[in-house]
Design a protein around this ligand. Structure first.
Ligand code: PRP
Length: 178
């Protein structure tokens, strides 16, 4: 791609690849939740807002959407970091079929925290749909639906940011390390 921004090294996932995969994941979810009255989609802000919007629009199964926001204390990756809640769900989820919608599983700490937190509220079921997973280590959590495995590089676009920049690109690209 000749017109790629100088901050970006290369495109990892094109808009078309992303949209095709989102349709596939939605179909998988529809199959798995056949007979369920509704799915309770929980998007994790900020990163998941694009994946959530696209996935939800492709689902045929009835669904609610709600959002949470969490933040990690300390460094990401190998270093220990605590997760804290910034924004909680508006409604109780007891008896609901909850599907956590996340943009990325990196260390897996955020998902682990969300699963533990939401499981304690007695949902009828709890699963995870994650847009990308970094290929670098085994994760402490199960990903029920996964869009793509990506290399362990700085990535931006489709909800993913670098210091809040490049989040709304319709594709995913590797960010240049400066
Ligand atoms: C990112 C991403 C995940 C989390 C994944 O959130 O959206 O929630 O990190 O990392 P982990 O698997 O190592 O826990 P971030 O804190 O950057 O917030 P944002 O979504 O608002 O950008």
């Amino acid at each position: 791609m000749n017109d790629l921004h100088p901050d970006l090294v290369r495109v990892l996932l094109t808009e078309e690849e992303i949209q095709t995969r989102v349709v596939e994941i939605a179909a998988e979810i529809d199959r798995d939740y056949a007979g369920v009255e509704r799915i309770y989609l929980v998007g994790v802000l900020k990163g998941a807002f694009m994946f959530m919007a696209d996935l939800a629009r492709r689902l045929k199964t009835a669904h609610n959407v709600d959002f949470m926001a969490v933040s990690s204390y300390g460094a990401k990756g190998a270093t220990a970091g605590e997760v804290r809640m910034i924004l909680d769900l508006r409604e109780p989820i007891a008896g609901e079929h909850v599907l956590i919608v996340e943009d990325i599983a990196d260390s897996g700490k955020t998902l682990n925290y969300l699963i533990n937190t939401l499981q304690s509220r007695n949902p009828a079921s709890l699963r995870t749909a994650v847009f990308v997973r970094k290929e670098r280590r085994s994760l402490p959590v199960q990903l029920d639906y996964l869009g793509f495995d990506i290399p362990d590089v700085w990535v931006v676009g489709y909800g993913l940011d670098f210091a809040d920049r490049r989040r709304t690109l319709p594709f995913v690209a590797e960010m240049r390390q400066v």
